[in-house]
Design a protein around this ligand. Structure first.
Ligand SMILES: Cc1ncc(COP(=O)(O)O)c(C=O)c1O
Length: 386
């Protein structure tokens, strides 16, 4: 059997990982500022994480939600504390798309409405409704197309006010990333998020904060939406939640009430997933990783802003993006092949940095040195060709 060929691959096989580094089969070391797409939150193979997951596996790896799983309650309590939302309710699932799917569905159950507002350049996942609220027609199959989604321009408060004025009583939910990831590290302004919050409250719509990529401490606060001082009704999470173990979840404000059978999933909240998620939160707390993300992120951003060739350096914490001029469009590829550094991208010309929240200043310095060397080499070889 062949693999279904949907991923364009870098020609690299990773066989070992530790902290912010990974190694290929030839023993070549790479600095990882991509974190397998913002997934590695506490660092690769963190000893506490390895130990907690291993110990759990020896006890019980899985049983379904037909029995008590006290680890879920332990996780909910710790998540409530670390996120600053102790009165919210946790529902666990397995991925970011599934988290958004459940959030959108729950909102619709809650207020009995069908319409969802989403924004330009949004990415919310690839399952049916999650992809329907994603602003990329190329990944929306005909079966996913629906008239229930209204796309508005990102950060446009007037358009939002206008839409609520016209059809506020039909809007079930508004879904928004605090910092758009796939869209190219574009921050929602504080006043935009505050307007969403106010309009949702006024019209009994549900404010869904997609925190799959920008959440879990990455922005220097637990949720990136926290920078705007708003409380969403539902936060969706995945990626950093399990540091590589596939676990996702939504946390739900107290006024949204559960009912048996309303949501469900076989694997969601299994013992192993809870152990992984608990280990992540324990390390985040013990090692002050949210403060580290803020501090190291500020440092890295300040260094990047000094490089004149990089345009529009932006982001928060360790979710950083910058635009590349045309002559440096191969910089990301060269960083990988020449400097052995993984970074992320966003089309057409953005480099995205999504490292572990445990990134150290010396790792940032290593990156800055390599980045400057690579830019210089690219510019001088371009001159030589002329
Ligand atoms: C903001 C956001 N939401 C949802 C998703 C979908 O998550 P998953 O790939 O785990 O389904 C992603 C994935 O990149 C994302 O960036």
């Amino acid at each position: 059997m062949k693999l279904f060929d949907v991923y364009p691959l870098n020609d690299i096989t990773i066989v070992k990982a530790k902290g912010s580094y990974v190694w290929d089969g030839d023993g070549q070391q790479y600095l990882d500022l991509y974190g397998g797409h913002a997934v590695i939150s506490i660092g690769h193979t963190h000893p506490h994480y390895v130990q907690r997951v291993t110990e759990q596996l020896h006890k019980v790896g899985f049983y379904s939600n037909s029995v008590h799983i006290p680890l879920q309650e332990e996780l909910a309590a710790r998540l409530g504390k670390v996120s600053g939302k102790p009165d919210y309710q946790l529902f666990m699932c397995n991925s970011g798309a599934e988290a958004n799917e459940n959030a959108l569905k729950l909102a619709s159950f809650h207020n009995g409405r069908k319409k969802v507002i989403a924004f330009s350049k949004s990415f919310h996942g690839r399952t049916s409704l999650a992809v329907a609220v994603t602003d990329n027609p190329a990944i929306v199959a005909p079966v996913n197309q629906t008239d229930n989604v209204i796309f508005l321009p990102f950060n446009d408060e007037e358009a939002l006010e206008e839409c609520f004025k016209k059809q506020g009583d039909e809007i079930s939910s508004v879904i928004v990333e605090g910092i758009q990831g796939v869209g190219g590290i574009r921050e929602a302004s504080a006043s935009f998020l505050q307007t969403i919050s106010r309009l949702c409250q006024q019209h009994n719509a549900v404010f869904i904060a997609d925190s799959v990529q920008c959440g879990y401490g990455r922005s220097g606060k637990f949720f990136s939406h926290d920078h705007a001082g708003v409380d969403a009704d539902i936060y969706t999470m995945a990626k950093g939640m399990g540091n590589g173990f596939p676990v996702g979840g939504i946390i739900i404000a107290p006024h949204i009430k559960p009912k048996y059978g309303m949501l469900g999933t076989t694997f969601g909240g299994n013992h192993l997933a809870c152990a992984a998620a608990l280990a992540v939160l324990e390390v985040i707390e013990q090692e002050n990783l949210i403060a580290n993300a803020a501090e190291t992120g500020n440092y890295l951003m300040a260094q990047l802003k000094k490089i004149r060739q990089l345009q529009k350096v932006r982001g928060k914490g360790l979710m950083i993006g910058f635009d590349l001029p045309e002559n440096l469009k191969d910089l990301r590829k060269n960083l990988l092949t020449e400097q052995r550094i993984f970074t992320g991208e966003a089309k057409p010309n953005v480099i995205r940095l999504l490292p572990s929240l445990a990134l150290r200043k010396k790792d940032a310095d290593q990156f800055m040195e390599a980045l400057q060397e690579e830019i210089q080499m690219m510019e001088s070889s371009a001159k030589a060709v002329k």
